[in-house]
Design a protein around this ligand. Structure first.
Ligand code: PLP
Length: 375
């Protein structure tokens, strides 16, 4: 008898598509035999991590022992850095882990999570995986429409996911918009405010989510070491929440969800705020350059406050994505986010940004047909 194992899995899981990461450099090198590849596809820090991280990782040699499952040292440091008590912190294997914990704590069949159109794909993933209902609401100017979000909240709504700024659009919400929203959301609806890119935002009026958690017990803020701290490979993220919510998450968290090297690296990264400031400055310069170049090329883009820019190609972007790959430049197609004509590009170092723009210019000039050799 042949068993269709898929029928044994819950319906939610059967309906899911696996997360599609940006193409790894090595994969493109293997596929096309290219040597000089630039990856601007996953919103990583082009400066890499602080030199202190290398030192800390090299010094961590007790591989035979389990890591500190309570992440005490990192929590103590974060507690000081953020001015929040340790019992409000939950450390995760990337902020994705924390988002998943929240989904597992609060969502189940019969409950609902609200997400915006063009919102980060992990929110639907964690919602559908546990059999909860996903309610997407149309975006406003590519960003979260808070009025529509409020209007969509009903009896079964348990969670609202909001990214500030949002990936992949780079749009953001001001404190003047967020506070009235939080004042109106029913207190038994958990608002998850994902601040993965908060360090990059320089606009006046951008809220500090951590400060907001003091006023709104139903607010959970998630942050990460993957972006401005340059630790994407090591996987460390965290949340700031009401202690009761942190306690619930802690009950279902894997005992050693963050490994010892990652914990050491995150502590070292947090201690080097100069590196973060440098990373933010490099990003601001690169973002401004990319925006200027888009204007020069007559390409529209969604104004971004993150470390990426989402560019309107004015045509199906998939062939352009492929043509850029053949030029050794990896960017991110975002048809899966409902933006088939856009490409999301991560802000790189100046030479990487220039390489991207040159490649883009060539493939656009070539009518996006098959490109020649690596340029
Ligand atoms: C909006 C947003 N939230 C969360 C994450 C997850 O980051 P990590 O799991 O690396 O902390 C990302 C990663 O791209 C993101 O764009």
């Amino acid at each position: 008898m042949t068993i269709d194992f898929a029928t044994l899995a819950p319906e939610g899981i059967r309906g899911l598509q696996p997360y599609q990461p940006g193409k790894p450099v090595e994969e493109l090198q293997r596929e096309l035999g290219l040597t000089d590849v630039v990856k601007l596809a996953s919103n990583e820090n082009p400066l890499g991590a602080s030199p202190r991280v290398r030192e800390a990782v090299a010094a961590a040699t007790e591989f035979e022992r389990y890591p500190d499952g309570s992440a005490w040292v990192l929590k103590e440091q974060l507690s000081e850095h953020l001015h929040v008590p340790q019992d409000q912190l939950t450390i995760g294997n990337g902020s994705n882990d924390v988002l998943e914990l929240l989904g597992r704590v609060f969502l189940r069949p019969g409950t609902e999570a609200i997400v915006s159109e063009h919102a980060f794909v992990v929110y639907p993933l964690v919602t559908i995986a546990v059999g909860a209902t996903l309610t997407p609401i149309p975006a406003r100017d590519f960003g979260q429409d808070l009025d529509a979000t409020l209007a969509a909240i009903g009896e079964s709504t348990r969670c609202v996911f909001i990214a500030n700024p949002n990936n992949p659009t780079g749009t953001w919400l001001a404190e003047s918009a967020l506070r009235p929203f939080l004042d109106t959301v029913p207190p038994d609806v958990i608002v998850v405010l994902d601040e993965a890119y908060c360090e990059y935002v320089q606009e006046d009026g951008y809220p500090d989510g951590v400060a907001l958690t003091r006023d709104y017990p139903n607010l959970v803020v998630t942050r990460t070491f993957s972006k401005a701290y340059g630790l994407a490979a090591l996987r460390v993220g965290y949340s700031i929440s009401n202690p009761v919510i942190a306690d619930l998450m802690n009950r279902i968290r894997q005992p050693f969800n963050v490994n010892a090297l990652a914990l050491a690296a995150a502590s070292a990264a947090l201690s080097d705020q100069d590196h973060v400031r440098r990373s933010v400055a490099v990003n601001a310069e690169g973002l401004a350059y990319l925006a200027r170049e888009c204007e020069r090329l007559g390409l529209g883009y969604i104004p971004s406050v993150g470390n990426f820019l989402t560019i309107d190609m004015g045509q199906d972007a998939a062939p352009l994505y492929e043509a850029l790959l053949r030029k050794g430049v990896i960017v991110r197609p975002i048809g899966g986010y409902g933006l088939p004509n856009h490409l999301r590009v991560t802000v790189g170092l100046a030479d990487e940004n220039e390489r991207l723009i040159a490649a883009l210019e060539t493939v656009l000039g070539a009518g996006a047909g098959p490109a020649d050799s690596q340029g």
